[in-house]
Write a protein of this length. Structure first.
Length: 191
């Protein structure tokens, strides 16, 4: 009888240990998924930030025209400058389509497209996970302005999100990994 109780006790203890190992493994797999989504979103945000910063820093470069910004609002900008450094003046336009979702169900329906148009060519979509994109324009005293000739710096802000949800048990978790980025760019040639 005591041998039977020992066997039953061993099975129960083994089962509890097995459940603990499976729980640790489940948590580890969930953490790996979150980290993978985090890495994708962070690398996409870095790539977008480098492109936007490069273009915005070159606004007005080698441009003798007094108007270097031909369009500026909260989600669109058109500017002149030598963006490809070939000695000729180019135009570049960025605009954010905040209406049309990029993905359908079950992916993130908040992701939108940022477009980059170089020299009035076909718009190049920058589909990296944008959920928000916003621009502000400032004069030399760091006050917000809407006068094109007074602009000396541009604040760029965007938010990224992962295209797919990760599994979680948290009550208030959105299930999408998000990242917010903002920078004030001061093109040297906007003077």
């Amino acid at each position: 009888m005591s041998t039977m109780l020992d066997i039953i006790g061993s099975i129960i203890i083994g089962g509890v240990v097995m459940l603990m190992v499976l729980n640790v493994n489940s948590n580890f797999v969930t953490l790996q998924g979150k980290q993978a989504l985090s890495k994708v979103v962070q690398s996409n945000a870095t790539a977008a930030a480098e492109l936007v910063e490069h273009d915005f820093r070159k606004i007005g470069y080698r441009c003798t025209d007094s108007i270097k910004l031909s369009l500026m609002d909260s989600s669109r900008i058109t500017a002149l400058g030598d963006f490809d450094d070939n000695g000729s003046i180019d135009s570049i336009r960025y605009y954010f389509d905040n209406v049309t979702p990029v993905y359908a169900s079950p992916a993130n329906k908040d992701i939108r497209m940022l477009y980059r148009v170089f020299n009035n060519q076909v718009p190049s979509p920058i589909n990296l996970g944008f959920t928000r994109f916003r621009l502000w324009y400032f004069d030399s005293s760091e006050s917000e302005t809407s006068v094109r000739s007074n602009v000396r710096s541009i604040k760029v802000a965007f938010q990224f999100a992962s295209p797919y949800k990760y599994e979680t048990t948290a009550q208030y978790d959105t299930n999408f990994y998000t990242l917010y980025w903002e920078r004030i760019v001061k093109p040297k040639n906007l003077k």
